[in-house]
Design a protein around this ligand. Structure first.
Ligand SMILES: NC(=O)c1ccc[n+]([C@@H]2O[C@H](COP(=O)([O-])OP(=O)(O)OC[C@H]3O[C@@H](n4cnc5c(N)ncnc54)[C@H](O)[C@@H]3O)[C@@H](O)[C@H]2O)c1
Length: 245
């Protein structure tokens, strides 16, 4: 039986690599994107060109009603979701003194509120069937903090508390809940940073390079595998040694 996997924020750098890794492990993969994402058709075509026929579902995971409708649509169209990867995320970096309320609320809603908005609709069916895998994408900066990211670090630290708490709720029902905390990964998110700032951060990475989306995807795929059934409530750090928690 093919497992059904839903990946949020799937059109981005890390999301794309996660979709490909889970498909490589034999899953039916449904990619979530923002409603009306202008890159949707080109992304689907590019994935088909490399042999991946992903499902797609629109939905704003920062919005409770939109996320709920998305969860219902996936289940109706593809069947009950076995594997959920909460990957969608944004940054709006500013020092706290300069951070406007929009930047605070948008980052909390997208990176943390989304976990509530999406997961609660899908976890009951996993528990009922006695098997499920949930992986939440956190960040090294939710573990160690980062100047200019009070909003993002708070959301990602919250993600770890959410992960451990839900893991305890559903462990007896065969559902594992884990987090992956990437360091600096070469995607659109880091491309938006000033190159000198990014280079200074990368100079501190013992592995001496930025991470690749595939480095993160491999960790996610492992946590979603049958072999990882005894791992729950954990955070897997994929940061090239930048922070050893
Ligand atoms: N790139 C890094 O260095 C890095 C490091 C640590 C953690 N992360 C985390 O990894 C995840 C993926 O990041 P990425 O680097 O691939 O970024 P990215 O910007 O390439 O992709 C993020 C994707 O999320 C989507 N998205 C944003 N808001 C959404 C919403 N409300 N609903 C649905 N989709 C939404 C975007 O459209 C985009 O496709 C994020 O959670 C991010 O915080 C990234």
């Amino acid at each position: 039986m093919k497992r059904i996997a839903l990946v949020t924020g799937a059109l981005g750098g890390i999301g794309t690599a996660i979709c490909q890794a889970l498909a490589g492990d034999g899953m039916t993969v449904v990619a979530n994107c923002l409603p009306g994402d202008p890159g949707k058709d080109a992304w689907l075509a590019a994935q088909r060109a490399v042999g991946h026929d992903f499902g797609i579902v629109e939905g704003d995971v920062a919005d409770d009603a939109s996320a709920g409708a998305m969860a219902s649509a996936v289940t109706a169209r593809y069947g009950a979701v076995d594997v959920l990867v909460n990957n969608a995320g944004i940054t709006r970096d500013r020092s706290l003194a300069r951070m406007d309320p929009d930047a605070w609320h948008a980052v909390i809603a997208t990176n943390l509120g989304s976990l509530y908005n999406v997961t609660r609709h899908l976890v009951p069916a996993m528990a009922d069937r006695g098997w499920g895998r949930i992986v939440n994408i956190a960040s090294v900066n939710g573990v160690r903090g980062q100047a200019g990211q009070t909003n993002y670090a708070a959301a990602k630290a919250g993600c770890l508390g959410f992960t451990k708490s839900l893991a305890q709720e559903v462990a007896p029902r065969g559902v594992t809940v884990n987090a992956v905390a990437p360091g600096y990964i070469a995607t659109a998110m880091t491309a938006a940073m000033r190159t000198d700032v990014l280079q200074t951060l990368l100079d501190d990475v013992p592995v001496r390079r930025a991470g690749r989306p595939e480095d993160v995807a491999a960790a996610v795929a492992f946590l979603c595998s049958a072999a990882a059934g005894y791992i729950t409530g954990s955070t897997l750090h994929v940061n090239g040694g930048l922070h050893m928690a």
